[in-house]
Design a protein around this ligand. Structure first.
Ligand code: GLY
Ligand code: MN
Ligand code: MN
Length: 466
């Protein structure tokens, strides 16, 4: 965990921003998988982690915006806890580590909330039914009142703080990038005929777990990279296919890495694959070269889309004026997602608050156009943002057929030329960028990305007999 001063300073700043009322933070509980005692991996709520740091299930906290008083609601350990879970630090020692001196038993939370019934109670949006029910019971509200009753003031205050990463957060992220890199290097070395997607996915899990940590989101490891969030691992790799791996690891303090690489199964890209790969790489590099505070990420997205459309035009897949094509959204047939999102305690950082509130503001509003609407971060970049840079080109047969049948963008898309790409799959290349004072920095040592370097990694075949 970070120093106690870090958490104390964050809470003080939040109180200043929120100004009035009582803030209620309900930590996550263990969630049952198939019976109560068989639970999923526990992950603390990110708002709770940001302000109170403790990775303990079932605890809660209040923060008085007016007095600044922070209270943790935790029960003293019982002999049963010690018998089943081993010796633990005392509750007060754990609270002291995050700078909290007042600890009350969990049962007292209801009294504290009911004593504050005439005050404004702020809470963040919930995503677990257990938390929603707990808040509803505490506040005497219905489920839908809780679902619709999160505090906009608190959300906006937390976004304004969490979006600017502190030095300790950047250090944590930077350090853990090495694990993400190790995972992707392994995937490249395993991209060989006869391997299965599931064994490569399992190797990525293993590497993350051997570093003491789970993956930061369900790994995408597929020869069908055109399916954007493909979580099936049933294919056996065949020479000549493309293997798209989008994977990351969660750091000890729960910060996510998120990278994508696409490798040629067998170690040699075909000419067709090289051409498409180079376009995606050019878009990725152009974003990393251009990012700086003051530019909007929407501009970066559109720049990447213009590079993609321009490259596809050179190959005869698109035609006409590519500025117009991108403005009208024709390129979204090939890149239906956004250039990136914020990264931090959540892989799509703060998305539980509402991705539009995180990624947009009064100045930059979210488009409803297919493709651009999927851009999660559009607003101006600021020093301290950590964002992903993840352009891609995908050939999605069902989408191509639909657009062709509807006669969409016939002036920009050469549907006949597309036929030779029907079984191409998809390519995405993703790096994690820290926005610095005058530009940006790729976090961690860059995972091999140039065509020759990727081929070399695959050809090392280091996992040959494992
Ligand atoms: N790993 C999901 C994403 O890149 O957005
Ligand atoms: Mn990713
Ligand atoms: Mn991403």
């Amino acid at each position: 965990m970070f120093t106690s001063e870090t958490y104390i300073a964050r809470r003080a700043k939040l109180c200043e921003k929120v100004g009035t009322g009582l803030m209620l933070f309900v930590g996550n509980v263990d969630i049952a998988c198939n019976y109560k005692d068989n639970t999923y991996h526990f992950r603390q709520d990110s708002s709770f982690l940001y302000l109170f740091g403790l990775q303990i299930a079932g605890i809660a906290a209040t923060l008085d915006a007016e007095t600044g008083e922070a209270v943790l609601y935790m029960d003293e350990l019982t002999m049963d806890d010690i018998i089943w879970m081993g010796p633990q630090e005392s509750v007060s020692d754990q609270a002291a580590k995050v700078g909290v001196t007042k600890v009350l038993p969990k049962a007292k939370l209801a009294d504290v909330i009911s004593a504050a019934k005439d005050r404004e109670i702020h809470f963040v949006p919930t995503y677990h039914a257990e938390t929603t029910i707990r808040i509803a019971n505490l506040l005497g509200k219905s489920i839908s009142e809780v679902e619709n009753g999160a505090s906009l003031k608190l959300i906006k205050a937390l976004i304004s703080m969490r979006e600017i990463k502190e030095k300790c957060e950047i250090d944590e992220l930077r350090k853990h990038m090495a694990v993400g890199r190790q995972m992707h290097m392994a995937a490249m070395a395993m991209a060989h005929e006869g391997r299965t997607e599931s064994e490569i996915m399992a190797m990525l899990d293993r590497i993350s777990l051997m570093n003491g940590q789970p993956v930061s989101f369900p790994t995408i490891c597929s020869v069908h990279g055109e399916t954007l969030h493909n979580h099936s691992y049933k294919n056996t790799l065949k020479k000549g296919q493309l293997l798209l791996v989008d994977a990351g690891s969660e750091s000890p303090l729960c910060y996510a890495t998120d990278h994508t690489r696409t490798s040629p199964v067998g170690g040699k890209f075909t000419n067709q694959q090289r051409e498409i790969y180079q376009i995606v790489l050019d878009a990725n590099n152009a974003v990393a070269a251009a990012c700086e505070p003051g530019l909007t990420y929407r501009e970066m997205h559109l720049m990447a889309c213009r590079i993609i459309a321009g490259g596809l035009k050179e190959l005869g897949i698109m035609k006409g004026d590519m500025d117009d094509a991108v403005m009208e959204g024709a390129h979204a047939l090939f890149m239906p997602h956004g250039i990136g999102h914020m990264l931090g305690l959540d892989v799509h950082d703060m998305e539980s608050y509402n991705d539009t509130l995180v990624g947009y503001d009064d100045e930059t509003t979210r488009s409803t156009q297919f493709g651009l609407s999927a851009l999660r971060l559009g607003k101006r970049l600021r020093e301290g943002f950590v964002v992903t840079d993840e352009p891609g080109i995908y050939f999605i047969p069902a989408l191509i057929d639909k657009w062709r049948a509807e006669g969409l963008f016939k002036d920009f898309i050469n549907y006949d030329a597309l036929e030779q790409y029907r079984s191409f799959g998809g390519i995405r290349l993703e790096d994690d960028l820290l926005i610095t004072r005058h530009g940006c920095e790729i976090l961690g040592e860059r995972i091999p990305i140039e065509i020759d370097d990727v081929e070399n990694e695959v050809n090392k075949d280091t996992y040959h007999n494992k």
